[in-house]
Each structure stands twice: as C-alpha cells, then as structure tokens.
Design a protein around this ligand. Structure first.
Ligand code: ZN
Length: 504
C-alpha cells in the first residue's frame, strides 16, 4: 500500500492563517477598548487595562515570532495581485515593528502614559511648564524613533510614514505653502465682509434624544449607515472603530445647546464607518483590511460632514425633517438661513471647533511647530510664544491662556507627532475626490439633489474597496487622475464662501 502524502500547506496559506489570528486578537482588544469608552463601569478600568495589555502583547508576539520571519521571507504571492499587496504591506509593517527594540517600545509606552497625565494636569491648571519636560521627552523619543526606522531626507518623513505612507515632508511643505498663500487672502476678505446671519439659532435647545434620532436617520438615509452592520453610542470623544467590515461602532456626544456638535460629528464618523464598510470582504482579517491612511480616511469623513452635510442642497432637502425634529431651532428659519448658520467662518482658538476656511491654518501652525521642535530650531520652553505668534499671524487671535492655546490637543502628549498634517491632507483629498466623482454627470446631478447612492458606489469602487492594498498616492491618482494638491480645495472654498459672504 502506498501512503498518501500529507497535503503541504503553502507558506502563503500559513501566513494568512497567522495574520487572521493577529487580526482577531486586535479585534478583541479593540472591542474591549470600545466598551471602555462607551459602556464600562468606571471601577473596571484597572483590570481592563491589564486585560487589554495582555491581548496587545499576544498579538505583537504572534506578529513578530520567528516563524513569521520565515513565512514572510519564503511566501510566494503567485500571480494574484491582492496576495502580492498582502505580502508587500505585511513585510513593511513587520519591518517597522521589528526595528524597534522592546526596551524602546516599553520606554515610549511609559513616557506617553506619564506625558498624558501631565498634560491633563497642565491643561487644568493652565501650566505649560508642568508639561514641558514631558514634551521634550516625547520629542526626543520621536527623534530616536525616526533614527530606528531610518529616513532619506528628513526625520519627520519617518514619523509621517506611520500615518500617511509614502508622503514626504517636502511634499507637505509645498502643498501647505500653496494652500496658505491662496486661502489667507480669502479669509481676510470674509472677515472684512462680516455678515448679518443670526448664529444664535445654533444654541437654541434641541434635546439629545431628538438629535440622536435625526442624526442617525440621516446617516442611514443619506450616507448608508445601516443598523445591520453598525451602532451609535455616546462617548466623551467621538470616534469610529470596527472589528470587521460588518461590525462598525460609531460614537458621538451631545450638547443640547449646540446641536452642530452631535449632528456633524455623527456624520463625520459615518464617513469613516462607510469607508471601513466598503473595504473588500476578500481582505477581511488581514493587514489590508483598513483604510489606506489617516488622510484618505479623513477625506471620507470630511466629505460627509462638510462637502455634503454642510451643502445647500442638503439643507434644502432635509430642512422640513429637521424642523420636525427641532421645532425650536427651526422657528422663523428656512433652509437657506440654516445653511448659512452652519457655515459660519470665524477665526478662533480651538481646532476642533474650526470652520472649513480656518481649520487648515490650525494644522499648518502645528506642522511648522512640530518640524521646528524636531529639528531643534525651536526649544520646547519657547513653544507657547511661537504658538501664539502664529495664531496672530494666521488667524488674528491670541490665546488668553495656554489651555486654549498650545495645550488644547491630546496628540503630542500621546507621542502622535507627524499626525496633524493628515487632517488637512484629508480635507484637500475630500474635494479632489468629489470633483472627480462629479465628472460623471449622473453623480453630479444626484449630488445637486442631495442624493448620494451613486456617489457612494463610486467611492467604494475607487477608494474603499482597496483597503491598504493600494497606497494613498495610487488611490488618489487612480481616482482623480492627478496627485494630491490644493487646487480643488481652494476653488471649493472660494466658490462656496464668496457666495455666502457676498464677495465679488
Ligand atoms: Zn475623523
């Protein structure tokens, strides 16, 4: 009798099996984290932290195990494009993960936990000096991180690469300079024009339950968020997370005296959610099953929140329903007055509350300061002064204290350096994508009626389905025919706000 040989599992198949395990562990940790932000009783925090650390450790161990090295070296993708992308992206992630010595990872985790607590206290007491040594430490760790990862031109490239793969600091500099030079004059003209819109409608009462119902209904009808694969909860800081493309969690927060926060916040996170939901099922449970970058992700959230949710056709279409949900807000108003109210341009101190015109200046300021800190041309102790000077230069406002100035964002305390530019890159891409989609006359005509089913199909086809199997640059060029730039965004702002503010 001849024995039947064991069927040999290919290296690629075994690699995928292990990647599925890594992904499942991350999903479990993610679910715990979502629960922590939305449902968990407060006393559970201590043990929950340990449990999540265990899962993160197991997932890291699996991903960096010696067997993974062999599989990544030996696996052959064959002729399948998706398999080739899986190998390329996994090798890249693996190289980036294994270049960091364990001691460095531990030191960084400790330092950022300390920095985070110091930041909370510094913010509460308006005491930048209390945070300064921690920020110095985070900058030092960022420089060492860049050295460990390696870079050609600038250490910032190594940081940026985590959030916006392939993007270089030289490109960001050029795009931002162009954007700044072309939108600062527009901002000056808007501020000079002033206007007669009644913004007090934004702070009229709108009960949280009704906000939730209206926000969610529109998220479903207009943007496709369906309860069969998603749910909406409340959290202190809104976010989107998911554990598969069919298990998506969106959060929001409510202010009964400022409804734009929850409505636009919900639609923003819906944009993130629909991106994740649109990723091809073939990529499920692999490193490819995520957005291509933070910038591409933000382009989707900003499109729903701003380009669609703050558009005139949108308010024309939904005003009657809005008036039913929020009769006190809508009293004496019409679609046009509400459209103008939710598009107020006002140079102000806080990034997360900024409008479409001023928002990018908050980002450009942070980008310049991060570069200067990293290069060592700006000392941490001089940061508040540099911050305030640029706020004056860009927006004509001076923070009365550091809490509303340099201490307002969580990012630096968490070691997220190189992250900020992706917000503006996302804004720019949102318009570039929408303009490209509207090259299809059917889509353009639907968008004019605030109907988005064909646009959503276009986004799935040209952006979502690829996940990380294409780079942000490949997605941008493939969908819009050109690399990312400021042109489309500048034109969008000029058209929209010249009309609203009656600029000639
Ligand atoms: Zn976002």
């Amino acid at each position: 009798m001849t024995s039947v040989p064991e069927p040999k599992v290919s290296d690629l198949a075994e690699l995928k099996r292990r990647l599925h395990q890594v992904s499942d562990l991350s999903a479990a940790a993610g679910l715990m984290s979502w629960d922590q932000e939305t449902q968990m009783p407060p006393d559970a925090a201590r043990v929950r932290g340990l449990q999540m650390a265990t899962l993160a450790g197991l997932s890291h161990e699996l991903f960096t195990a010696p067997r993974m090295n062999e599989l990544l070296a030996q696996a052959e993708p064959g002729s399948d494009e998706t398999d080739a992308a899986l190998l390329r992206v996994t090798r890249r992630d693996h190289a980036r993960a294994t270049r960091l010595p364990t001691e460095f990872v531990e030191e960084r985790a400790r330092a950022s936990s300390e920095a985070h607590h110091a930041w909370i206290d510094a913010r509460k007491d308006n005491d930048f000096a209390h945070f300064a040594p921690h920020l110095e430490k985070m900058m030092d760790l960022a420089r060492r991180y860049a050295d460990l990862q390696g870079f050609d031109d600038h250490p910032y490239d190594a940081l940026l690469d985590d959030y916006e793969p392939g993007m270089k600091v030289s490109q960001v500099r050029a795009i931002f300079a162009d954007l700044r030079d072309r939108t600062l004059p527009l901002l000056r003209r808007i501020v000079a024009a002033g206007d007669a819109t009644d913004y007090s409608v934004l702070s009229r009462p709108f009960p949280a339950a009704a906000q939730r119902q209206f926000g969610l209904k529109i998220a479903g009808e207009a943007f496709g968020l369906n309860p069969s694969f998603s749910r909406l909860d409340e959290s202190a800081h809104p976010f989107q997370t998911n554990f598969s493309r069919d298990d998506i969690r969106v959060t929001t927060r409510f202010d009964e005296r400022y409804f734009p926060m929850s409505l636009f916040g919900t639609w923003h996170e819906t944009g993130h959610a629909m991106y994740e939901h649109g990723i091809s099922a073939r990529l499920e449970r692999t490193p490819l099953s995520r957005g291509a970058s933070l910038g591409v992700h933000e382009s989707q959230s900003r499109m729903f929140e701003n380009l669609l949710g703050r558009s005139r056709p949108f308010w024309q279409r939904h005003f009657a329903e809005f008036a039913q949900a929020a009769p006190e807000v809508a009293r004496g108003q019409d679609a046009e007055s509400l459209y103008r109210a939710v598009n107020r341009v006002r140079p102000d101190l806080i990034r997360v509350e900024a409008d479409e015109v001023t928002y990018n200046f908050h980002i450009m300021l942070r980008f310049e300061l991060e570069l200067a800190l990293l290069e060592g041309t700006l000392a941490v102790r001089d940061l508040p002064e540099a911050w305030n000077a640029r706020m004056g230069e860009f927006l004509g406002v001076t923070p009365p204290d550091d809490t509303r100035g340099v201490l307002q964002d969580i990012h630096w305390s968490a070691g997220l350096i190189g992250y900020f530019p992706t917000y503006t890159l996302g804004n720019l891409l949102s318009v570039q994508l929408l303009e490209a989609a509207k090259g299809d006359a059917g889509i353009a005509e639907e968008v004019e009626r605030a109907e988005y089913s064909r646009l959503r199909g276009w986004l799935v086809q040209n952006v979502h389905r690829y996940g990380r199997s294409r780079t942000p640059h490949e997605i941008t060029v493939g969908a819009t025919g050109k690399p990312l730039g400021a042109d489309a965004y500048v034109k969008y702002l000029e058209d929209k706000y010249s009309d609203i503010y009656g600029l000639s």
